[in-house]
Ligand binder design. Structure first.
Ligand code: G3H
Ligand code: ZN
Length: 284
């Protein structure tokens, strides 16, 4: 069923695993991720960035596509459609009214009080509709669509606690050194802060920039209350690698199904690997 992230993440936190947010870009992503989730009996979050939402034809198209595939597949595992890095109250409202079951309001680049104000406004509307809310503090490095960081700023534990208390968000993404896109060398995550923030806020934490984080770091993050890990780039890399392989082997190929089909399988394999790594397999 289509659900918010609230119960999913509370359950994940209580049982020490994390639910993967896998970003979608088109039909094949939704197919691959829903199939992986059902086979693995795993809850799953479909992440939709504003850019990807536009690419797919708008939030209503996304919701209709996900709903009809779930019906077609007879999906039994919990699925959330989540706006990733929502840039404004208006963007979140649009997603909520289109039928998204979860939104992220990313006002992390705004001054603290402004972040609190816009996040509170989103929480009010979202909770009225039974939609869950994720907020962010600090800066995730790298670039994802419209989200470009000029430097990595670590989230402040005191501010995290205050933001959670004053806004009533369902989960928090404290930026602690993670990066969108590939890492240069090993990631250096602020685990001390993560532990402190997890304990002080009590809400499930979200780890952005899941691509390239080693398993031991994932496990440690989960032990400090991380209940959601976002993965985008890794699926894009495995998909595109497969397309290149097929086209290199068959230079005269022009039927898109002949390269997008195998590429869809590559996404599915990557997602299954992540679900097992995060411990969400068998939890639905
Ligand atoms: O919001 C989405 C992510 O944080 C994905 O990061 O592309 O590095 O896996 P990634
Ligand atoms: Zn992110």
């Amino acid at each position: 069923p289509l659900v918010s992230m609230k119960e999913m993440l509370i359950n994940a936190k209580e049982n020490s695993y994390a639910v993967g947010q896998f970003n979608i870009n088109n039909l094949e992503y939704v197919q691959a991720i829903l199939q992986a989730a059902e086979e693995e009996k795993s809850p799953v979050i479909l992440g939709v960035s504003e850019g990807a939402g536009r690419y797919m034809g708008g939030y209503k198209v996304v919701v209709a596509m996900v709903k009809s595939l779930m019906e077609e597949y007879g999906t039994t595992v919990p699925v959330a459609i989540h706006l990733d890095h929502g840039s404004s109250f208006e963007a979140c409202a649009k997603a909520i009214h289109a039928g998204f079951t979860s939104v992220m309001i990313d006002a992390s680049h705004d001054p603290f009080e402004e972040n609190i104000a816009v996040t509170s406004k989103v929480v009010e509307l979202a909770h009225f509709h039974g939609v869950s809310v994720e907020a962010e503090l600090g800066t995730v490095g790298g670039q994802e669509d419209d989200v470009i960081a000029d430097g990595v700023i670590y989230a402040d534990p005191k501010e995290c606690q205050e933001l959670v208390e004053r806004t009533g968000i369902d989960c928090l993404a404290p930026a602690l050194g993670s990066v969108h896109g590939p890492y240069k060398g090993e990631p250096n995550l602020g685990f001390k802060e993560m532990e402190e923030i997890g304990a002080a806020t009590g809400v499930p934490l979200v780890l952005h920039g899941g691509t390239g984080i080693p398993t031991h770091d994932i496990k440690r993050a989960i032990s400090y209350g991380t209940s959601k890990v976002n993965v985008n780039t890794e699926n894009q890399i495995s998909q595109t690698k497969r397309v290149r392989e097929v086209l290199a082997e068959q230079p005269d190929q022009y039927d898109p199904r002949k390269y997008l089909g195998p590429a869809r399988d590559a996404i599915k394999e990557t997602v299954i690997g992540k679900m097992r790594e995060f411990g969400s397999s068998g939890q639905a």
